[in-house]
Design a protein around this ligand. Structure first.
Ligand code: UFG
Length: 343
C-alpha cells in the first residue's frame, strides 16, 4: 500500500514542487489549501507533470472544525506542513494575522495527528532562525538568534512547539527543514513561483524586470561587509528543496531516526551576492537587466549560507542544480506565464 501524505499548502510554490517529487517516488497525496496566496490551477499543472491524480480539499487549517473534518475524511500516514503566511514585511504590519494563522494551523494539525495516531511530520522552517550568524556557514548547532519579525518568530516558536510535542508524544517523529533561499521553477515550466502583486523576493522581481513588467530592479544596499558590498544568500533550486522533503520522509519511515525531533539545513552551501545574481542572470538569458542601488532594506541579514553536511550524510540528500540552471528555469517560467491565463 502506498503511504498517503497530507500536503498542507500544496498549491504554493514549494508545496506544488514537492507533490511532483512525492508522486514520482510512490507516495499518494492529499492536498489541503485555502488558496489565500495560491492558484488552484497550479494543482492541475502538477497533475499534468506527473500524470497522476490526487485529492484536493479547500480547507482553512487554522479553523479547528475544518481541520478536524479533513482528518476524519482521509486515512493519512504523514503530514508535510507548508501552509503558512510567509512575508516578512507583511508580518510586521499584521502580526496577529501571522500568529493566528501560522500557530493555529500547526497546532490544529498536530492535535489531529495525535488523535489519529499519525506519526510523521515535516515542517517548513527557515534559515531566518539564524538571523545574523556570528560564524558562517551555519550548521544546525549555530545558535538561533532573536527573531526580527513576527514571521521569523512563528518559525522559531513552532520549532519549540514541535520539540515539546515530541518530548511528550514519543510516537510522533518530526523533522524541521530549515530552508535557505528557494528559487527557480520546475524544468517543464508548468509550475513555478507565482507572486501576487509586486514581488517581495529577489528572483521574481528580476524576471519581471527582464520581461518588462517592472521598470528597474532595486538592489538594497552596496555597503555590506561582503566581497562586492551586496547581501549574500544561499540560493537553492526549488526542485532540490522539494526532493529534500521526500528524503526526510523516507528517513523517518526507515525507522533510523535516533531522536524523534531533528532539524536539517537545506541549502547549497554557496554564498551568492545580489550583483552575482544579476550578472549570472544576464549571462544565461542574454537580457540586460536595468538596476539601481538603493538604500538597505530594513531587517535584511547581511550574509547567510548553509553547512549542509548533516543533510548530505544523514538524509543522503544533496543539492544538484547550479546557479545558472536555477536562473534559467526561473526565466523559462516567467516567459511561460505570458501564455497561461491564470489570473
Ligand atoms: N533584494 C534586492 N532587491 C529586491 C529584493 C531583494 O536587492 O527587490 C535582495 C535582498 O536585500 C536580499 C536578497 O535580495 O539581499 C534576497 O532577498 P529575498 O527577499 O529574495 O530573500 P530574503 O533572504 O530576504 O528572505 C528569504 C525568504 C524569507 C526568509 C528569509 C530568511 O523570502 O521568507 O529568506 O533569511 F525568512
Amino acid at each position: 500500500m502506498e503511504k498517503v501524505v497530507l500536503v498542507t499548502g500544496g498549491a504554493g510554490y514549494i508545496g506544488s514542487h514537492t507533490i511532483v517529487e512525492l508522486q514520482s517516488n510512490g507516495f499518494d497525496v492529499v492536498v489541503a489549501d485555502n488558496f489565500s496566496n495560491s492558484n488552484p490551477k497550479v494543482l492541475t499543472a502538477v497533475q499534468t507533470i506527473t500524470g497522476k491524480k490526487f485529492a484536493v480539499e479547500n480547507v482553512d487549517l487554522s479553523d479547528e472544525k475544518q481541520c478536524e473534518q479533513l482528518f476524519a475524511k482521509y486515512h493519512i500516514d504523514a503530514v508535510i506542513h507548508f501552509a503558512a503566511k510567509k512575508y516578512v514585511g507583511e508580518s510586521v504590519e499584521k502580526p496577529l494575522e501571522y500568529y493566528r494563522n501560522n500557530f493555529f494551523s500547526t497546532i490544529n494539525v498536530l492535535a489531529e495527528m495525535t488523535k489519529h495516531n499519525i506519526p510523521f511530520f515535516v515542517f517548513s522552517s527557515s534559515c531566518t532562525v539564524y538571523g545574523e550568524a556570528e560564524t558562517l556557514p551555519v550548521t544546525e548547532q549555530t545558535p538561533v538568534q532573536p527573531a526580527l519579525s513576527p514571521y521569523g518568530n512563528t518559525k522559531q516558536v513552532i520549532e519549540e512547539i514541535l520539540k515539546d510535542v515530541c518530548h511528550t508524544h514519543k510516537d510522533i517523529q518530526v523533522i524541521a527543514l530549515r530552508y535557505f533561499n528557494p528559487i527557480g521553477a520546475h524544468p517543464s515550466a508548468q509550475i513555478g513561483e507565482l507572486p501576487i502583486g509586486v514581488p517581495q523576493n529577489l528572483i521574481p522581481y528580476v524576471t519581471q524586470t527582464a520581461i518588462g513588467i517592472r521598470e528597474c530592479l532595486h538592489v538594497f544596499g552596496k555597503t555590506y561587509h561582503t566581497p562586492d558590498g551586496t547581501c549574500q544568500r544561499d540560493y537553492i533550486h526549488v526542485v532540490d528543496l522539494a526532493k529534500a522533503h521526500v528524503k526526510a520522509l523516507e528517513y523517518m519511515l526507515s525507522g533510523k531516526m535516533t531522536d524523534n525531533f531533528d532539524v536539517f539545513n537545506i541549502g547549497t552551501g554557496n554564498p551568492i551576492s545580489v550583483l552575482e545574481i544579476i550578472t549570472t542572470f544576464e549571462k544565461v538569458t542574454h537580457k540586460k537587466l536595468p538596476y539601481k542601488i538603493v538604500d538597505k532594506r530594513q531587517g535584511d541579514v547581511e550574509k547567510v549560507w548553509a553547512d549542509t553536511t548533516k543533510a548530505n550524510q544523514i538524509l543522503g540528500w544533496k543539492a544538484e542544480y547550479g546557479l545558472e540552471d536555477m536562473l534559467n528555469t526561473a526565466w523559462k517560467w516567467e516567459l511561460s506565464l505570458k501564455n497561461k491565463k491564470w489570473e
